[in-house]
Design a protein around this ligand. Sequence first.
Ligand code: BEZ
Length: 221
Amino acid sequence: MNHENIISEKLITMPRIGDNAPDFEAVTTKGKIKLSNFAKDKWIVMFSHPADFTPVCTTEMSGFATRKKEFDALNTELLGLSIDSIHAHLGWVQNVRENTGVYFDFPIIADLDMKVSKLYGMLQPNESETAAVRAVFFIDPEKKIRLIMYYPLNVGRNLNEILRALEALQTSDKFKVAMPLDWKKGDKAIVPPPKTLDELNQRLEDDSIEKITWYLAKKNI
Ligand code: BEZ
């Protein structure tokens, strides 16, 4: 289910964590795509940038491109988007490749009609009426939205955090644990708190976990 807010007297669709990712078809630098046709076993990190040929966006896209192998290792497809034409995208990809050797080897949606930007709440009129904010949607293999980041036009994102959050989500799913502050691979994870007195008593006797207190315990994964 999606949620609608009135912002600046405009109806804005804002998907939320736990929603099914709204399906769409779009033209990209790798041809036409449909979200629901992405491989059923892959995660998707879909991210928007305000505009091609702009400095912060160039640093961000170059970062995604140079660290693409790390997303591959996490079984994750990258999908970029801005409200630019396919010709602008192609020109920018080629310009960055010529100038820096970095190649944006993942699809970038040309969302000139703003269809996808509006569907995902990437167009936030009090920030810009015409450019998408810097959004990141983490979409799991069931095509559910699991985590959302929104950054303004003037602040670039943190790729370390994007990769950390992706790995934290996947690790949480795999081991049925929760991830504490600043969790990174190799750190202990949080065991879900007990729901009954029996579970609480079992926990008190369990020497295999690190007990900070009865409701906060950690274990190696
Ligand atoms: C940038 O990427 O540098 C940028 C794009 C749009 C507005 C402000 C900055």
